[in-house]
Design a protein around this ligand. Structure first.
Ligand SMILES: [Zn+2]
Ligand SMILES: [Zn+2]
Length: 148
């Protein structure tokens, strides 16, 4: 057992034990985790069925505490701890390293706002903005051999 501060210090009330266990796993992960990778790490908390993990992930995302990376079908804890409102959580953008798998959350709301206003001009009411950029993170760029 490792002693770590309980994740609910930032999450506040409203989280069940399953939610807290899943959030702790995401917060400790080096990169995005698939639902089954999460499940492997929460079995000792008594979560044994994938639907329990999916329900917890769904709640965490709804509360702005976690995000789904669509292109990886994987999940990360929010880099900001928690978004102040669901709309901001739905505008989270990510850069994903092709080499090490790191996913970095960007505070790129101007780009999301521009995309949303373009959609609004066409009469759309935007729900979620999904922007996921792939490339090499700073660490992998430094290690990668240069061109030629
Ligand atoms: Zn976030
Ligand atoms: Zn990398």
């Amino acid at each position: 057992m490792t002693a770590r501060p309980p994740p609910d210090t930032r999450a506040g009330p409203g989280l069940g034990p399953n939610d807290r266990a899943v959030l702790a796993v995401l917060a400790d992960a080096k990169g995005p985790l698939g639902a089954y990778e999460v499940l492997d790490q929460v079995r000792h908390h008594g979560l044994k069925a994938p639907p329990q993990v999916y329900r917890a992930l769904h709640r965490l995302i709804g509360l702005g505490l976690a995000h789904r990376i669509e292109s990886l079908n994987a999940f990360v804890a929010c880099a900001h701890g928690r978004h102040s409102d669901a709309v901001r959580a739905d505008r989270a953008m990510f850069v994903i390293c092709d080499r090490c798998g790191a996913a970095v959350e960007l505070d790129a709301t101007p780009a999301a706002a521009a995309a949303e206003s373009a959609a609004t001009a066409k009469g759309f009411r935007v729900g979620r903005v999904i922007v996921e950029m792939k490339g090499l993170c700073a660490g992998c760029t430094a290690e990668a051999p240069g061109p030629g």
